[in-house]
Design a protein around this ligand. Structure first.
Ligand code: 5GP
Ligand code: ZN
Length: 135
């Protein structure tokens, strides 16, 4: 079992903030939500990468992704979700304790949502405009 980190915001989170939990993972709302209802699903162990998680932890994490989706659907009736992991600093990870972002999406929350997570690379996102792009 990996020790908890005293400097990690997810290891030190107030347990009352947990919205859902199981034996290997917990879920709580993001402090700086991208959209209303933005939630994070994290393993109880302080590990940085999804690929360090055991198969059991991976399954436990995705069980909570599904449960959290049900909850957010009931509470906020979003029209879709983005589900994502920033795995590694180069990929944008800022909290080095593995977490799955569950981001509810609402029709009209952006002018043109096509491409979703592809927008991490704005130049490459609109593949449907391939003929119109220079790169
Ligand atoms: P990353 O950039 O590592 O993928 O995402 C870190 C996420 O953690 C961000 O969405 C940020 O808003 C969220 N966050 C950072 N510190 C805290 C915190 O102390 N509590 C909660 N609930 N979320 C946090
Ligand atoms: Zn941690």
């Amino acid at each position: 079992m990996t020790m908890k980190s005293t400097t990690c915001p997810f290891c030190t989170i107030d347990e009352s903030k947990n919205v859902l939990e199981n034996d290997r993972a917990v879920a709580f709302y993001d402090n700086f939500p991208v959209t209303p209802g933005h939630a994070l699903i994290v393993p109880r162990r302080h590990i940085a990468s999804f690929f360090e998680a055991t198969k059991e932890e991976q399954a436990a994490l995705f069980e909570l992704v599904s449960e959290m989706r049900e909850r957010v659907l009931a509470e906020r009736a979003p029209d879709g979700f983005n589900i994502g992991i920033n795995d590694g600093t180069a990929a944008g990870q800022t909290v080095m304790h593995l977490h799955i972002h569950l981001i509810p999406r609402y029709a009209g929350d952006t002018e043109d949502p096509r491409g979703g997570v592809r927008w991490i690379m704005p130049v490459k996102a609109p593949y449907w405009k391939k003929g119109e792009r220079k790169t």
